[in-house]
Ligand binder design. Structure first.
Ligand code: SF4
Length: 398
């Protein structure tokens, strides 16, 4: 990031690009690149513009989803340089949940008011691990995705939680199958920069992180009108301009299909046992600039940033224009970032209210996408309608 003071010309061009936004012009790539490299002294002006955009979109409210985290399997065929979640068979902590474990955690979550069952899992581990093929055979399934589908259906049928799976790349057929048992799903685009696949880079030896393949999955979800969560991961070797390109790729898919329900801006955090343990973390300032540019590029899309990855200064993210804290669990740890616990919900509420917003619980599928899901004649639609009704009743009783 630049630290030197802006020249008069730079100040003028920043002001004129923000004035253009206020008068309703969409943010161009060129101006987004300028804003994401804003000087420190210009950041307050940038944040004030992004906050205005957030307030026009969803005024005075910040949402979150109360969830349980279900790490269905932490075996994965990819080896991302920043990942602390994945295991090989035989590693300490390698585990595939049984149906009984899935149901037990979901039922505990139900008791503490959770409405989301977030299924996070490694990508197609059975392709390279015979041990996973054996586990699946023992459980009675042909693949991890068949098992996931069945566990989503189990949670949907037996509890009041709504599944939200994050299983990695998906074909058109698997999007259709999972959409029958979950109102929404997700895949982080992370970055559109192919050079992160090069030897020694973050996605070296991660065949499922090819940007074109991830864009294809997100596009297919769009063709099928599946409410979809995606986002970018910053600080893994990409440039600020790459972040803008990633956001523009998401914006373009949403323009074509209208299905992006939220964009997560996630920051890389160092962990001791990962290949990227010596990489610098992105600064708080970079995070705020990226969130602000995301908001200005996508003024009508929900923008989320996880509070635990920006603690203790996470409430600054509200100033940059997020309108959602994402999934927060009162029960299960963040298995992806276990060293960064989620803030207690009371703390999150206090700090959100201190900035002048109400904190509201939402379902894993955002309100604006519920009518389409609830219109489908199925168990899923029934469960979504019940969850909406329960939410209304709880708010009336509060
Ligand atoms: S980030 Fe996801 S795809 Fe990459 S290694 Fe970890 S679990 Fe696998």
């Amino acid at each position: 990031m630049q630290a030197r003071p802006a020249t008069r010309d730079e100040r003028h061009s920043l002001d004129s690009c923000l004035d253009g936004l206020r008068s309703g012009s969409p943010l161009s790539r060129e101006n987004a690149n300028r804003l994401i490299r804003a000087n420190d002294e210009d950041v307050p002006v940038l944040l004030s513009a992004s906050l205005e955009a957030k307030q026009r979109f969803k005024p005075d409210v910040i949402t979150y989803s109360r969830k349980v985290f279900l790490p269905l399997t932490n075996l994965c065929r990819d080896y991302c340089g920043y990942c602390t979640f994945r295991r090989d068979p035989g590693d300490a902590g390698a585990h595939t949940m049984t149906p009984e474990e899935v149901l037990e955690v979901a039922r505990q979550g139900e008791k503490v008011g959770c409405t989301e069952a977030l299924f996070s899992l490694g990508d197609k581990p059975e392709i390279i691990f015979p041990e996973m093929r054996e586990t699946l055979r023992h459980l009675g399934y042909k693949s991890t995705l068949h098992y996931l589908e069945s566990m989503c259906e189990l949670v949907l049928r037996e509890t009041m939680l709504l599944p939200h799976p994050n299983p990695g790349l998906l074909s058109a057929e698997w999007i259709k199958r999972l959409a029958a048992v979950s109102p929404s799903m997700g895949l982080m685009l992370e970055t559109t920069n192919d050079s992160l696949l090069a030897p020694g880079a973050a996605h070296d030896n991660a065949p499922d992180k090819v940007p074109a393949k991830r864009l294809k999955t997100i596009e297919e979800a769009g063709k099928q009108q599946v409410p979809f969560t995606t986002g970018l991961l910053i600080g893994i070797g990409e440039s600020p301009e790459d972040r803008v390109d990633t956001l523009l790729a998401i914006r373009e898919l949403h323009r074509r299909y209208g299905h992006i329900q939220e964009v997560i801006v996630q920051n890389f955090r160092v962990k001791p046992a990962i290949p990227m343990r010596n990489w610098p973390e992105p600064s708080h300032g970079e995070m705020l600039r990226t969130v602000a540019v995301a908001r200005l590029l996508m003024p009508d899309i929900n923008i989320q940033a996880p509070p635990n990855l920006s603690a203790p200064y996470y409430d600054d993210l509200l100033d940059a224009g997020i309108n959602d804290w994402g999934g927060i669990s009162p029960l299960t740890p963040d298995f992806i970032n276990p060293e960064k616990p989620w803030p207690h919900l009371d703390q999150l509420k206090l700090r959100t209210e201190a900035k002048g917003y109400s904190l509201l619980q939402r379902l894993p599928v955002y309100p604006e996408f519920i009518p389409a899901v609830a219109a489908r004649p199925s168990l899923l639609a029934e469960k979504v309608k019940v969850a909406v009704e329960r939410g209304h009743n709880q708010r009336r009783a509060a």
